[in-house]
Design a protein around this ligand. Structure first.
Ligand code: NAP
Length: 276
């Protein structure tokens, strides 16, 4: 049976250390989250972020707008936050309503306050092999989790399913930086199982239950990023956990694997930006 990559446990350990560190600081780091509209999932994510920040001593502030807000008003607000010395970290909760350009909004964030690492400056630094101000939260959290269990990355074949800007692409680059051989798959990939079978480490970020036991080799490490509700309303990941855990060496559960690590990275990034 596979060893569970326990993100919840690691989150408690890292945030406990971070809380102690923050308690010694005269001035506290601050995180500002912008939420547009009332998407129920976004509301839950944003409130979780605020609660976690406050639990460890980070000042956090949620700025809400109705979905009818115009783009200029949002851009002006970000401009003001960029100039505000009391704001160290800015996060714009995605998705945004269709009439607002996600790219324009992200581009407006000062890279020094870009806690998600999504601005072209930070993305460009990452892809050119230089240090961004911070690394994107989900891939950063996955690396923290793999490192906690001493899983070797150097020289391994890492197969990533999904090529989004928030998970797949930065994950691929961060794995290259760690000397892995990387293959990125997506919805146009032919014979997906032939590729996933060659993975030493499989990272799936799709949002559908697509990874089955027969697609993997025995002993591989499986990281499940996907999260969605099935027809019965249960929280599920991309991976058939029950059967895959019989052949994998390590596996991250959903929930309790990558999710807690993403929020942990957000807190680490807030403190890093404050310190920088
Ligand atoms: P996304 O932007 O929708 O990207 C999904 C990716 O999956 C795309 O690259 C898509 O390919 C690919 N894909 C779709 N169907 C496929 C198939 N049948 N075979 C192979 N690839 C396929 O999603 P995302 O934002 O990266 O998120 C992915 C999942 O991870 C979601 O469930 C999301 O909720 C979850 N997530 C979890 C966390 C966490 O902290 N736990 C963080 C971020 C995301 P194309 O590019 O060709 O369309």
């Amino acid at each position: 049976m596979a060893i569970i990559l326990d993100g919840k446990k690691l989150k408690e350990k890292i945030l406990g250390d971070l809380k102690s560190k923050i308690s010694l600081m005269d001035k506290k780091p601050s995180l500002t989250v912008i939420l547009v509209g009332n998407d129920p999932a976004s509301l839950i994510y944003v409130n979780n972020k605020k609660r976690t920040a406050e639990e460890i001593g980070i000042n956090s502030n949620i700025i809400t707008y109705p979905s009818s807000v115009n783009e200029d008003e949002l851009l002006n607000k970000i401009h003001a936050l960029n100039k505000d010395e009391n704001v160290n970290a800015i996060l714009v909760q995605l998705p945004l309503p269709g009439h607002i350009s996600k790219d324009k909004v992200i581009n407006m964030i000062d890279p020094k306050k870009d806690v998600d690492g999504f601005t072209p400056y930070n993305f460009g630094k990452l892809f050119s092999g230089e240090e961004p101000f911070v690394y994107p939260c989900t891939p950063k959290g996955i690396l923290l989790l793999l490192d906690e269990y001493n899983i070797e990355i150097d020289g391994k074949h890492v197969v990533i399913v999904g090529r989004s800007n928030i998970v797949g692409k930065p994950m691929a680059q961060m794995m290259l930086n760690r000397n892995a051989t990387v293959t990125v798959c997506h919805s146009h990939t032919k014979n997906l199982a032939d590729i996933t079978k060659t993975a030493d480490i499989l990272i799936s970020a799709v949002g559908e239950n697509i990874i089955e036991e027969k697609m993997l080799k025995s002993g591989c490490v499986v990281v499940d990023v996907g999260i969605f509700k099935d027809a019965a309303g249960r929280t599920r990941g991309d991976v058939d956990f029950e059967n895959v855990s019989k052949i994998a060496s390590y596996i991250s559960p959903v929930p309790g694997g990558v999710g807690p690590m993403t929020i942990t990275s957000l807190m680490l990034n807030t403190v890093e930006l404050f310190e920088k």
